[in-house]
Design a protein around this ligand. Sequence first.
Ligand SMILES: Nc1ncnc2c1ncn2[C@@H]1O[C@H](COP(=O)(O)OP(=O)(O)OP(=O)(O)O)[C@@H](O)[C@H]1O
Length: 353
Amino acid sequence: MITFDAVTKRFPDGTVAVDDLTLEAPTGEITVLVGPSGCGKTTSLRMINRMIDASEGKILLDGVPVQSIAPPTLRRGIGYVIQQAGLFPHRKIVDNIATVPYLLGWDRKRARGRAMELLERVGLDAALAGRYPFQLSGGQQQRVGVARALAADPPVLLMDEPFSAVDPVVRTTLQEELLRLQSELNKTIVFVTHDIDEAIKLGDKVAVLRVGGRLAQLAAPKTLLSEPSDDFVREFLGHDRGIRRLQFVSTEGLRLRTDLTVRQGGEGGSSEEPWLLVVDEQGGPVGWIAGARPGELEPFGTFLYGRDSMRSALDAALLSPSGCSVAVDDEGKVVGVATREALDEALAEAADG
Ligand SMILES: Nc1ncnc2c1ncn2[C@@H]1O[C@H](COP(=O)(O)OP(=O)(O)OP(=O)(O)O)[C@@H](O)[C@H]1O
């Protein structure tokens, strides 16, 4: 666990970058620091590995003040990932990843072996090992940056806007990869971003900072969206807070109808229902047919029942003229149909809770 205990940073010119910050970043969780430019996110992060020293207060790593640990020792247990990866341009990818193992005195073979293992772990092809950073895309370089930070298997990972230099599509993939990695590795991660959507997606806890380096709110993403502590946090969260909150509402209890499906080839029968879902032999959805136009298949949207959020279920409904969303299982088989009425009930419940 990383603990900030009344930490203040005052630079020599008098700028107070961080003001009386108290927060905990629990072991094995992702804590995100988010806030507008200049609110002290980077300064806070760098005080953890002592690239910057606090002026007042204490930062504790599992109860031990970081100020009492020599920086090289401290940093051995802390991986650090920065924007644009910060790779060494004249070193091959494999040697970039092996940087810390080399510093720790590992022999070349072991260090490179570890680097190759990590290359695979972050989803990169082994063939990239012999390239130089300029021969990689921005997204690939960022993955190498993560691999390098993980090389000595540090329990703590500090990430400073690691994905902000890549395009939105690559960024989404990298975010998902980080969550996948974290589910395997359980590192204690402190992640800095100015992007509230990224914070909400990645954070187990999100700390919203305001300019002047003061903590505005520390909460789980769901709580942040439903109970922002003040106008500053509310504004920072943006306007579609209600919709975004639905991503934390489970589809587990969503009422499904199982009487609205019909086998492909057997759709000729008469039905009172305005819409029926055609499913193939394997039980997968094929399309909707309207009672009025039995010959035409209309598009459908699916969500993974119990796993995807209400936001996905609603999105799936909006993709279809039927207004219903199709609940599927892990294998893509139809479990049932959430009608407008069922979605409406679930939305009403979400609004209450
Ligand atoms: N060495 C320094 N000397 C004086 N002031 C500094 C120094 N480093 C940072 N600052 C100031 O401290 C404040 C916080 O800076 P910091 O880089 O921590 O903010 P940030 O939230 O990470 O910003 P951004 O999102 O723009 O990167 C800013 O006002 C900045 O100008």
